[in-house]
Design a protein. Sequence first.
Length: 187
Amino acid sequence: MPHPTLEPATARMASHAVTHRRLRRVGLVVAATVAAIAAGASGLLVARLGGARGYPVDQLREGVNPANLQITPMFVVRRGSTVIALRAFEPDGTTPVAWCPGQNLFEDPGTGSKFAENGAYLAGPAPRGLDRFGSKIVDGVLQVAPGTQIPGPPRGPEAPADSLPPCDWQHALFAPGVAPPPSPVPF
């Protein structure tokens, strides 16, 4: 026969444990909700639909979309049904490139190399166009494989960086999570 004074204490402890687990679950749900709201406010929201990780294509605006997927900065470019994910750095390097909307091109602030909206080489000393990430569209979601980098398109004859207008750096866009260089080199 159980001791009469211990039984109520055991019941109270069990009740406190259940309450503690419920509070922890509520806290996790609240934290997940706050994280989702913050992610949505910061730009493109990572979708998880049927195990897919990526961007709902219908939420991508036409043109260049600075983005960040699983801590990988990139530019997602959409033209109609064509969507590509460009690496947000110079080819073979770590200098971030910027999207210059006024000039409708990407520019490397260190060398002045310029690239078209689709990442193709336009001018400057870059060895090729911007690298891409492997990607595909599955059930309306752009899935990006940050570990799969595809070298950018080969460049044609080198054109001087100053053969195209310079970036308007006041309106330049860098990919989220990328620290812009302190000052672009004038060309």
